[in-house]
Structures are given as structure tokens and as C-alpha cells.
Design a protein around this ligand. Sequence first.
Ligand code: SAM
Ligand code: SF4
Length: 349
Amino acid sequence: MNTFSTQTSSQTIPVKNVGEQGVPLIDKFGRRFEYLRLSITDVCNFSCQYCLPDGYQCDSPRNFLSSDECNILVRAFAKMGTKKVRITGGEPSLRNDLTSIIKQTAEVQGIEQVAITTNGYKLEKELRQWVDAGLTSLNLSIDSLDPRQFQQITGDGRLQSILKGLELAIELNLQVKVNAVLLKEFSESQLALFFDFVKSNNITLRFIELMQTGDNEAFFNAQHISGASIEDKLLELGWSLKQKAQWAGPAKVYKHADYLGRIGLIMPYSKDFCADCNRLRISSLGKLHLCLFAEKGIELRDTIAKCLAEDDPSKLISEIQHLLGQKEATHYLDAGYTGATQHLAMLGG
Ligand code: SAM
Ligand code: SF4
């Protein structure tokens, strides 16, 4: 088998050749991208205060990626070594063809994990069919376990059904992560409930630091708190940091012998957060985003169309390989620079 090396600041990493194309996605900083976040819509039915506080506003006609376009993209990425695809949005379960997108994705050679990030509103009803189609992992957003607070944050009153969906996901042995955005006003009163929840549930609960986006500056300034205070609390309470797998992403995950579940922290403002970046993003309009906070998305729609016509992803492969050269070492979020990202519903977080 052919191998080649990639140089990082401190070491040379031997890299196995992957895919027919033989070129894994590795950037000039030695970061390897085996994980694709594929957004299939930017529409959402919730109105989370930090994301779409006034609900989804459609200011132009939308032509979201079709399931065939999604498929040729996934085939291209798989040939460059991508093993995991996360389907996201907006709210991906609003797409009627979500189940067939999951199925097509799971059938692509080389794809080992098909994940979804959802607000959970269709979980109870549709999870079984997603799993039958090949879904392996679920990220479920639950910002509060108190129904009244949940409604206040998300604008939605279905927490009980979402929790039933979560139970089902655990029963079906999916890898489950629950995401909760840290908000100054709510998190303190929620911590005890969340800790209890993790005690008896085999899930990873991840606290995500609120990120500033183009649209939420005032909310961010009022509500942002650092995950560091939770990290200190975890250490005080005897939690220990789990060792990361070699190509794991930026979340820090803690474990405790008395707890069935784990607690993770996603702290995008912390030093070196971007050093472990392992993902690239495609927007639901077919643009490549090299970073969640990149200056712009890079149009791939024409190339997608050519590849579809030829039933061959080669042109996408060459283009994406070339574009990866533009990926920067880090975002500039700490300087308040949010790039083209007005809100995360645009791209899926
Ligand atoms: N609608 C789905 C959901 O909420 O799970 C998927 C898309 S949503 C944009 C993906 C994740 O981004 C969610 O966990 C959400 O809480 C998180 N998110 C959205 N805006 C955020 C922000 N400004 N800062 C931190 N996390 C954010
Ligand atoms: Fe919708 Fe997810 Fe944004 Fe909430 S975080 S408004 S559920 S896209």
C-alpha cells in the first residue's frame, strides 16, 4: 500500500493512501478531515434565542441540494477518506426525503458512520425508520430539561416527546450526544438536573459555549459564559478527562465512575480549539465552508452538476483538494469576527 507523509509543526505523520483517488484530505497544518457536515436545509421550525429568535425568515427562493446532489458529494468525500457524515440543517427532519438521504449516504463505500443533528421534534415518530435506513449516531439539542425554560429558549413546547425520542435512541443502541448551549441566564439553574440526567443515561452531554454569529451580537454579549467554570466544577467533583482518539474533534469529554454517561465541553474560544479541527462543511445550497466562521462559502453547484451528469465525482475531488489549501489555521471568533455566518441554521453548527 502506498503511503505518504504530511508535515505538522512538530511531527511527521505517516498517512495511509485512501480511496481510489488516493489522496486523503489533509491541510497544510497537518489536520486530517475524515468528517463531513452536510446541511440539507436551512429551514427550521424552532426559534432558539441564540439562532433564529424571530423564527425562520425566508428572504429568497431556496434551491436546496437534492438527494442525488448530496449523494455525489458524499461519494466524492468518501473517496478522499471521509468516514463520517453528519446530516444537519436548519432542521434536517423537515426534509421529506431525509430517510432516503440517510440510506443513500450509509450505502456509500467507505462511510462508516451516518449521524444527524436534530432538534428532535420528529424523533419519536421517525427515529426507527432513520435507524433502519442506516443512521448510527444522534446529536440531539436539549438546552434545558425544564419544559418551561425549554419553551422559553427554543419557542417549542414538545420537550416530553423529544425526551421520549431520546429514550428510544438509547434503547436502539445509537451513539447519542445531547447538546446544550451554555446560557448565563439558564445554565446555573440547570446544572443539577443535567448531572442527574447523565448519572443514569449512557449518553454524552455536551455543553456548547455560545458562539457569536452575524445576527446575535447583543444576545451573545448578554448571555455568553465560558465552559471553563463547568470544567473546574467537573474536576472538583472527581471527573477526569477522557483520552481523545487520534483524529477526534475539538470537544473535551469527561468521565466519572459513578456516572453512566459522560460530560463534554465545546469551547470554541479556548486556545488551540482549532488544532483538532477534523471537519469540512457543505451548506444546503451547495457551498463548501472550510470553517464554520469562514469569510465565505465556496460555490460547488456547477461542479456538482457536472459530476452528476458524468456519474463520476472526480471533478469535485480535484476541486475540493485544491480549495483545502485555503483553509486557515484558526477562526477569529475571539476578535468578534464571525465571517459569513449570520446564524448557525445556515450551516448546521
Ligand atoms: N436544528 C438542529 C438542532 O438544533 O440540533 C441542527 C442545526 S443547529 C444549528 C446545530 C447545533 O448548533 C445545535 O446543537 C444548536 O444548539 C447549536 N447552535 C446554534 N446556534 C449556536 C450558537 N450561536 N452558539 C452555539 N451553538 C449554537
Ligand atoms: Fe433551529 Fe437548531 Fe437553530 Fe434551534 S439551533 S433555531 S433548532 S436550527
